[in-house]
Design a binder for this molecule. Structure first.
Ligand SMILES: [Zn+2]
Length: 359
């Protein structure tokens, strides 16, 4: 009997991060936490990071790995091809026991998936609060047959250094706000799927995700002026929603119709410019409208932190937005959302985008 067979026995499995450390200067203790993970003598460490990360940040990380053996790999794209390239290089260089994702969504997702595929310990060290993959077991990659989230492993260790996070570019902070507010519509979609087609619904996970979105909404002014406590709330919200997905055993509390819209843009438009949370934020405005939620408050919150709320700000055309709405349902037909309640044709998509001021 395999673990998969066991899971089929109607058991509910929760995959959660093992240790999450949040605070100022936490990276200075990295060495100790890593040693704790790998027993007395941790083996080789592989670090996956992005090309745009400041050298000073990478130096800060490696300075705290003194006495340990490590290699650095640069992830240029969040594609399946890139994953295979890095993975091949990594394992021809040696056999690392710990894989660290250091940076934004790309680096963390690639490190997470490579760890999962090779049964290695995964450590997540975000440098910005831009997405909810920091502590979750889900990762997303482009160019794979599934462009939406892939189940991997939750991190064994998450290190959030507020001294680093608080200096993240505003665009990445706004992107994180978009991914956090998405929980308003994701949770509504989940409830709807439960009511209409009897899908499993976890009240605890759902409330946890919703609470995170509400807290971010409450702290939105503070986040806009980069108040450190407010940014900490945003990071904690993104961690908690990742944990909510672990509790639910699915990405349901984190990802609904607004994510389908973003995934459709990834597939059919492939806009290299915009970030995941930026696209998702715009999706949330429109899906909140369909759910009868206060979409204007969501739009205003994204606007206040400097995030995109229109096609122009996403550097897309009006037609791209219409395409995103039209094809959202096709990305993942089995995921029941508010989009299933409507006959989505061109006229509907145009009206929705116009009414919410996206086009
Ligand atoms: Zn997301």
């Amino acid at each position: 009997m395999t673990l998969e067979d066991v899971e089929k026995m109607n058991l509910h499995v929760m995959d959660l991060p093992k240790r999450v450390v949040v605070g100022n200067g936490t990276i200075s203790y990295l060495n100790k936490y890593i040693e704790d993970l790998g027993g007395d003598r941790p083996g080789q460490i592989a670090i996956v990071t992005g090309p745009h990360l400041a050298t000073s940040l990478v130096n800060k990380l490696t300075a705290n790995l003194e006495g340990l053996s490590y290699r650095i790999y640069i992830a240029y794209k969040s594609t399946w091809k890139e994953l295979e390239k890095i993975e091949k290089q990594m394992f021809s260089d040696g056999n690392p026991s710990i894989i660290i994702g250091f940076g934004g969504g790309k680096s963390i997702d690639l490190a997470k998936l490579i760890s999962h595929r090779n049964g290695k310990i995964f450590v997540s060290i975000p440098t910005s609060p831009s997405h909810d993959g920091i502590a979750s077991l889900f990762a997303s990659l482009k160019g794979f047959k599934k462009t939406y989230s892939i189940k991997a492993v939750p991190p064994s260790l998450v290190i959030v250094d507020m001294n680093i996070i608080a200096k993240a570019p505003q665009r990445l902070i706004a992107s994180g706000v978009g991914d956090a507010l998405a929980k308003f519509t994701a949770v509504e979609d989940w409830k709807l799927a439960h009511e209409e087609i009897g899908e499993y619904y976890g009240e605890y996970a759902s409330n946890l995700a919703l609470m995170s979105a509400k807290l971010v909404m409450e702290k939105i002014e503070g986040i806009s002026v980069r108040d450190e406590d407010s940014i900490r709330t945003l990071v904690e919200a993104l961690i908690s929603t990742g944990v909510a997905a672990g509790i639910a055993g699915s990405s349901r509390p984190c990802s609904g119709s607004e994510h389908l819209f973003s995934h459709a843009l990834d597939i059919y438009v492939n806009n290299e410019y915009s970030f995941h949370g930026e696209q998702v934020g715009v999706g949330t405005i429109m899906m909140a409208y369909l759910h009868g939620l206060d979409w204007e408050a969501i739009k205003n919150a994204i606007y206040i932190v400097g995030g995109p709320t229109t096609y122009r700000e996403l550097r897309l055309t009006k037609e791209d937005i219409v395409k995103g709405i039209l094809y959202a349902k096709q990305v993942r037909p089995e995921r029941y959302t508010i989009l299933n309640k409507y006959n989505i044709d061109r006229k509907f998509a145009e009206e929705l985008a116009k009414k919410t001021g996206v086009i």
